[in-house]
Design a protein around this ligand. Sequence first.
Ligand code: EPU
Length: 338
Amino acid sequence: MVIYQNISLKPFNTFGIDVKADQFVEVNTVEELQVLCTTFNLAERKKLIIGGGSNILLTKDFDGMVIKMNLKGMDAIKEDHNFVWVKAMSGENWHRFVQFCVDKNWGGVENLSLIPGCIGASPMQNIGAYGVEIKDTFEELFAIEIESGKLVKFNHAECKFGYRESIFKQEEKNKYIIVAVTFKLAKHAKLNTQYGAIQDTLTSKGISNPSIKDISEAVIEIRSSKLPDPKVLGNSGSFFKNPEISNAQFQTLKAQFPQIPGYSLPNEITKVPAGWLIEQCGWKGKRVGNTGAHKDQALVLVNYGGATGNEIYQLALDIQASVQEKFGITITPEVNVI
Ligand code: EPU
C-alpha cells in the first residue's frame, strides 16, 4: 500500500475537476483498509472515501487523505430454488455487476443498468432508476468501522434506506467504510416495466414479452439517449434530488402551473421532478462559462471542460435560487459538495 502526496484528483471524479489531494492511497484488500484505520489512525484524520467518484463535486484542494476503494470480486455465495445471493466487493464497477447478473438471467437490478459508480457507493445513497432502487434487492453489507478497524455487518433494516438516503449519509456518516454488499436476485424475476420510457422503448422494438436482458438493453438505450457520458462530458448524474412537497402545496402550484408533474407518495406528499422545475426557470441547455445544465436533462449539470468545482457550485446555487423564487420549492443537492 503506497501513500502518494500531492496527487491530482482529476482522473478520480466524473465531473473531471482538477484539484489536488494532500495524500492519496488505493486500497485493494480489507486487511489494507484495517491497517489504515488502526496504524494510521484514520478516525482522527480528515479523509474522503471514493469509489467511482461519480457523486462528488470537488470545490477545492483536499487537505487530507483520499482513499480510493479498489476491492474487487463478485460471486454467487448461496442459492435456492427461487433466489441467488451475489456478494460484490465495493470497488467493483456497478454496471459490470449488473451485466454479470443480466448475463446469468438473475433479475432485480436490470433497471439499474449503466448507473455510473461502484458497488460500495450504491447503498450509501440507495441508488435508483426506472422504478427500482437497490433496497429492493439488498440483503446485507459489510463495512469497516473506522474507529476500531473491525468488520461489521448491516442488515436491510439497519441501513434505514430512503429516497437517495441511508444511515451512512445520516447518523453513521463518516463512521464506516463499506467493503462488500450482498444482493438477493430472483431466478424467476417479476419484471418492472411500469416506467413509461421503458414501455415505449420495448414497444418501439416490437417486444411484448421482455426478458431481463431486453429491459437492461432498453434502459441502456434510454440513458444513453439523454444522459451525457461522463467520459465525454464531465457530470455527476442528477445534481439535485427530486423535492417532496405537501399535497396542499402541490395543489396550489397546480392552479398556477397546470402542467406541473407530480407523483403521489404516502402521507400526503407529492414528489415533483426537479428537472421540470429547472427547465421552467430557463436553465435547460443554458451554458454559463464552462458549465451548464444539460440540453436533454436539466437536472444534470455539466463541465464543458476546464470548469472549477466552485463554478459548478455557483451554477447550482443560482439554479436553486431561481427554483425557490419561481415555485417556492427548495431543491437540495444529491451530489456531495466537498
Ligand atoms: N423533465 C423535464 N425537463 C428536464 C428533465 C426532466 O421536464 O429537463 C421531466 C420529464 O419530462 C419527466 C420528469 O421530469 O416527466 C422525470 O424525468 P426523468 O424520467 O428523466 O427522471 P428524473 O426524475 O429527472 C430520476 C433519477 C435519475 C434516474 C431517473 C430515471 C433522481 C434525482 N434522479 O431522474 O437518477 O435515472 O429518475 O428513473 O431521482 C441520478 O440519481 O444520478 C440519476 C440519473
